[in-house]
Write a protein that binds this ligand. Structure first.
Ligand code: PLP
Length: 400
C-alpha cells in the first residue's frame, strides 16, 4: 500500500472535481453539456506573441536560461511595473517562474514555517489555502459575503491578525467573484497593515488587464508606498494575453525574498521554458490594443450572465469589475426540491441538480470557501452563455 506524505495529507482534493467529472460523464453519454467551469480565456494567444516564440526557436533560444528569468524578460517586467503600476523594481527584485501559481508557491515555501498564518479573504482562489497547507502554514480565511460585495473590511483584517500572521493574500479583481478593490479600499486595508509591521502582503494581480466600465485597477504597493518593503506584487501573462499554456508568471518584491524564491526554483523547476520567456517579452513590450476588443466581448458576456442570474428565482449576483467570473449567491434556493426529487441543502446539491436537470456545469462556492453560491466562468461564446442562462432560469423556476 502507498501512504502519501504528511504534507500531502494536509491538502484537500479539489472539490470542483466531482462536478467536472460528472460533466465529463454526461458528455461521454452524448448529452449537450455547457461547461462554465474553466478558468481560462477562450481567445487565442495574439499572433505577434506566437511569432516571437517561433523566432526564438529559430534563433536557437532553446537551452537552459537563468533560473529566475532571462535579462530581457526581467527588463520587460521592470518596465511593465513602472508603466502600469508606478512601481520601481530592479531586475534583482524580479522573479519569473513557470506560471503565476509557482510564483506564489515559491514565495510561500521560501517564507513560511509550521504554524505561520496566512490571511486569505474568502471566497478565494482554491490554490491559496492548499499551497499554504502544503508547506505547513495555516490558512486563516476571512469571510467576505455578498453583503460586502465579497470584499473584506479593514475591521475584519485587523481582527484576523495575530503575532503568527506572516502574509495577507489579496486578489483583485478576484477569482472567483470578479470584484475589484478600489484604490481607496486598498488604502484602508494598507492602513491596518501599517500598524502591524510583521505582516507582509502578496497581491495576485493576474486579472489587472481584464476590467470594465472605468474601474481603475490599483495594487497595494502603489497605493501605500510604505508597504513596498513587505509587498510581493505578483502577476503573469496567462490571463491578459491568453497564454495559459505557456506557463509564465512573475513577481516584484524585496530582494531578500526574491533571492530565496530563486533558490527554491534552482532546486525544483529550474528556469521556465526559454521559448515562453521570449514570447512573454513580446507580450509585455508589445502592442496591447487587442485587449480592447477582448474586454468588450467579455463585458457583453458578463451582461448575458448577470441578466440570467438576476432573472432566476433564488439567485442574486453583484456586478463584478473585472476577470471573467460571476459569483452568484444561491441561498434563495436552499430547502427547495428539484423535479427529480433532489432536495437542495447546499451549493454542491444545487450545482449537481443543475447539471443533472439542465446539463450546465458550474463550480459550487464551497470549493472557494464561501457557501452557498457558485462561480460561472463566462470565458465562452455568447450562444452558449445565452443557452446556459435560459437553462439556469428554467431550472430555478422548476424548484418547488
Ligand atoms: N491567480 C489567480 C487568481 C488565478 O485565477 C490563476 C489561474 O487560474 C492563477 C493565479 C494561476 O495562473 P497561472 O496559470 O499562470 O499559474
Amino acid at each position: 500500500t502507498f501512504t502519501p506524505s504528511a504534507a500531502l495529507q494536509r491538502v484537500q482534493p479539489s472539490a470542483t472535481l466531482a462536478v467536472t467529472q460528472k460533466a465529463r460523464d454526461l458528455k461521454a453519454k452524448g448529452i449537450d453539456v455547457i461547461s462554465l467551469g474553466a478558468g481560462e480565456p477562450d481567445f487565442d494567444t495574439p499572433d505577434h506573441i506566437k511569432e516571437a516564440a517561433i523566432d526564438a526557436i529559430r534563433r536557437g533560444e532553446t537551452k537552459y536560461t537563468a533560473v529566475d528569468g532571462i535579462p530581457e524578460l526581467k527588463d520587460a517586467i521592470v518596465k511593465k511595473f513602472r508603466r502600469d503600476n508606478g512601481l520601481e523594481y530592479m531586475a534583482a527584485q524580479v522573479h519569473v517562474s513557470t506560471g503565476g501559481k509557482p510564483v506564489i508557491y515559491n514565495a510561500l515555501l521560501a517564507s513560511l514555517n509550521p504554524g505561520d498564518e496566512v490571511i486569505i479573504p474568502a471566497p478565494y482562489w482554491v490554490s491559496y489555502p492548499e499551497m499554504v497547507n502544503l508547506v505547513g502554514g495555516t490558512p486563516v480565511p476571512i469571510r467576505a459575503g455578498i453583503e460586502s460585495r465579497f470584499k473584506i473590511t479593514p475591521e475584519q483584517l485587523e481582527a484576523a491578525i495575530t503575532p503568527k500572521t506572516r502574509w495577507l493574500i489579496l486578489n483583485s479583481p478576484s477569482n472567483p467573484t470578479g470584484v475589484g478593490y478600489t484604490a481607496a479600499e486598498l488604502k484602508a486595508l494598507a492602513d491596518v497593515l501599517l500598524r502591524h509591521s510583521h505582516v507582509w502582503v502578496m497581491t495576485d494581480d493576474m486579472y489587472e488587464h481584464i476590467v470594465y466600465e472605468g474601474y481603475e485597477f490599483a495594487t497595494i504597493a502603489q497605493v501605500e508606498p510604505k508597504l513596498y518593503d513587505r509587498t510581493l506584487t505578483m502577476n503573469g501573462v496567462s490571463k491578459a494575453y491568453s497564454m495559459t499554456g505557456w506557463r509564465i508568471g512573475y513577481a516584484g518584491g524585496p530582494q531578500a525574498l526574491i533571492k530565496e524564491m530563486g533558490k527554491v526554483a534552482s532546486q525544483t523547476t529550474s528556469n521556465p521554458c526559454s521559448i515562453s520567456q521570449w514570447a512573454s517579452v513580446a507580450a509585455l513590450n508589445g502592442d496591447h490594443s487587442f485587449l480592447e476588443a477582448r474586454n468588450a466581448a467579455f463585458l457583453r458576456r458578463r451582461g448575458l450572465v448577470l441578466e440570467a442570474i438576476n432573472a432566476s428565482d433564488g439567485l442574486v449576483a453583484p456586478t463584478p469589475e473585472g476577470a471573467f467570473y460571476v459569483f452568484a449567491d444561491c441561498s434563495g434556493t436552499l430547502g427547495k426540491t428539484a423535479p427529480d426529487g433532489t432536495r437542495i441543502e447546499n451549493d454542491t446539491d444545487f450545482c449537481s441538480a443543475l447539471l443533472e436537470a439542465e446539463a450546465v456545469a458550474v463550480v459550487p462556492g464551497v470549493a472557494f470557501g464561501l457557501e452557498p453560491g457558485f462561480r460561472i466562468s463566462y470565458a465562452t461564446d455568447d450562444a452558449s452563455l445565452k443557452e446556459a442562462g435560459l437553462r439556469i432560469q428554467r431550472f430555478c423556476a422548476s424548484l418547488k
